[in-house]
Every structure is written in structure tokens, then in C-alpha cells.
Design a protein around this ligand. Sequence first.
Ligand code: SAH
Ligand code: SF4
Ligand code: F3S
Length: 442
Amino acid sequence: MNKEKTCQPKVFVKTFGCQMNMRDSEHVAGILIDNGFRLSGTMDDADVILFNSCSVRKHAEERLFGNIACLKGLKKKRPGLVIALMGCTAQAYEGKAMDRSSLIDIVCGPGNETDLPRLIKDVLKKRCHIIAVDKFNKKRPELFPKYREHKFKALVSISEGCDNFCSYCIVPYLRGRERSRHARDIIREVKGLAGRGFKEVLLLGQNVNSYKAECGKDFIKLLEDVNKIKGIERIRFMTSHPKDAHKELFRAMRDLDKVCEHLHLPLQSGSDRILKLMNRRYTSGKYLNLAEEYKRIVPGGSLTTDIIAGFPSETDSDFKKTCVIMKDVGFDSSYTFKYSPRERTKASELADDVPDDVKASRLKSLSELQCGISEERNRRLTDKVVEVLVEGVSKKDGEILTGRTGTNKPAVFKGSRSLVGRSVDVEIESVTAYALRGRIVR
Ligand code: SAH
Ligand code: SF4
Ligand code: F3S
């Protein structure tokens, strides 16, 4: 028994990118465990190092290849070490990944990931190099992730790929056309999670609002069905596209008791000219109306967004429009990015003419602006009681618990570690732009 255990190759998985990638890493970890591999918490004793990669911006790719380059010494010391690349950069680079880094042994696209155990075993045995990227755009087999990073909150994919072709975005080229999963498979997966004590699910898709099951069910119907599952306490979803989000969605968020009152609605820019160039298919006016409708229908709901600074031809006046709408909407938080040209996308045909220092200074202005807005939004919660799902214990102080509100705000408060995984009521005593601090009242 022991002997058999020591023969199990150890795999260290490092994930870059979005929640979709985190879900895929869990999925692959489960498949590897089923096929006789063990997971390792460190690179040092791993037989296989598996990078799940992101190509959404150049910076993400540079971090990835930088991480791989750091393994030169380890690979020299242990020539048997297998370095594998999966995810979006694997699909983007295919064999060229090996030209960029000769340390890579396997390149495996998102569609081929169920083959990874076999590919790794082949490389371990034959010391060869393998490129497997041919199952791009295919519907993946219905295998539920068996390994989960967390014990009570889970990532559940509802659709893959994207048909929107925002002009700056590489995702449709790497993840293919939108494919919705069968509603019955999603429900079965969530029921299974509830049976294992999971409390929260995050339903994932590049554009959840265009979810369409083969039986005709749309996203709202799916939310209604998930809401009925006993044991699940919180349902989150991302991402919504402003061109497809509507009142019915907001009403469902209000009426379905488990659906969290948090909406992530990427704005990208406040300038109609830039939104058009981005092929976003809404105007700043339509976005503003949508945000107002959301706030009216889901009072107390939070709203977060993504913004790109320095898209080709963005002038100071375009940028000011973004700042104005940010203030008008009053986002609870925002993710802000410097525009990064991506090969194959429509926008990459435009001159990347906003200098890097201008992009950086716009990003800084956005982050200062957001900081003030976030603090003001959080301050409204002072003296209020909010429900928090306890997620863990602070690394700095074992008596401090951390968790999230339904509105997805981080909260810290004193309490016993036995509360991890349970919902508690917390009275908010003080706030910063980034977190709430309070005390448990129940
Ligand atoms: N489907 C999701 C996620 C897309 S990627 C959505 O539509 O929101 C997440 C964010 O990365 C995007 O919202 C956008 O703000 C940013 N992004 C995508 N491509 C980019 C690029 N080329 N340069 C800079 N930011 C980019
Ligand atoms: Fe990219 Fe746009 Fe699709 Fe989001 S909706 S993944 S930004 S193409
Ligand atoms: Fe996600 Fe990055 Fe791919 S954002 S879909 S991992 S390009």
C-alpha cells in the first residue's frame, strides 16, 4: 500500500487568470487524483508542475513565462521534472510556447484537459514533448469537478466561450463560441454540492445573461431552479453583459431569497465613441439607466465593474466621461486595467496610441476615484447589521474571522474558528474602502 503511494507522481498546480481558470484547475486536479496522481502544496518536491494560464493581457503572459523561467535551476537539478502548460495561453501559443520556453514539456488547450493524465504519463515514460490543442471549441464531457479548493463555496460553470467579440478581447479566440451546459447537469452538480455541505455557488460564464439550455431554459429559469436546492444558502453569478442584463434579472435577484444582491456589470468606458470602437453594443446612457434600475429594484444591492484605460484613441475628454459615470453610478468597487493589444483581435488593428505613462496615470486617477467612492459606499453600512458567511481565520490574528457579505464585501470580526462555514450577523462598527469591521451580534 505504502509502496504504491510513493509511486504516485506529485503535481503542483499554479493558476493564473479568472474564476473560469480556477474552476478548470479544480477539475483537472480531480481528474489527476482519479488517475493515480497526488497534489503537492509546493513546487520543490513536485514531479509535475502544471501552469493554468491566462492571455487576457500581455502582463498576464509575461508573469507566466517569468514563473516558468524561474524553474530553470530546478529542472537542471531534476531533469525528470515535467512542466506542463494548460489554459488560455496554451491555446493562444500552441507549439510556439515551447519556442518561447524550452523548459515546457506539454502544451494542453482548454478543450484537451481531460487528456492530461495520459499526456503526463506519456511524457514521464517516454521523455517526449506533446502539444494537444485540437479540441478547441468542443463541448467538454460532463464530468463534475471532484476536487474542490474550498469546503463550502464552489465554482460551477454554466457556459463556456463567448460570442460577443468585444474588439479588445481575446477570450472568444481562445475559448471558442458560447456553449451552454444542460440545465439538468448544472442542477445535478449543485445538488451534489449541497449534499456535501456546500453553502455557496458561483455560477460562471463569460456572459451569463445569454445562457440558453437545450430545453429552452434561460438564465432566470436556471436561477429559479438553483434557488430551490436545499442546503444552498447563497447563489452568486458572473459575468453579466450590459447589453443583455435587464429588469427581469434584477427582479429575480430581489425575489429569489438565495441569490446574492451583488451585480458585476463591466462598463469598460464612459465614452460612447470608445464603447462603439470596443463593440460593446450599449451607450453610457443605457448603462446609467440600467444601473439606476438595478438600484431601484434591488435596494442595498452592490454594483461592481471593469474599466479599461487607454483604449486606442482615448482622449482626455473620453477618459473624463469614464470618471463622470463612475461617480454618477457610485460603484462599490472596480477592476481597472491598462489596455493591452492582443493579436487577432479587431482592436489590435488600431494604433495603440495612448502612451504607457498616460495609461498609468489614468489608471491611478481611476483607483483614487474608486477608493473615495468605495469608502463612501461602505460608510453607509456603519451601525447596520449584515449577514456574513464566515470564510476563514485571519492569518495575522487567530481570534479574527474573515468573511463576505451577500453584497460581496469582505468583513472582519472577532469570533471562534468553529464558525467557519456558517452564516453570522455582524454589526458594522468601522469601514475602509476595502473592508468592513464589526462584531457578531448573532
Ligand atoms: N466575460 C467577462 C470577462 C472578460 S475578461 C466580461 O465580459 O466581463 C475580464 C476583463 O478584462 C474585461 O472585462 C476587461 O475589462 C478586461 N480586458 C479584456 N481584454 C483586455 C485587454 N485587451 N486589455 C485590457 N483589459 C482587458
Ligand atoms: Fe471578452 Fe467581451 Fe466576451 Fe467578455 S463579453 S469575454 S470582454 S468578448
Ligand atoms: Fe479567463 Fe484569462 Fe482565459 S481571463 S478566459 S483565463 S484569457
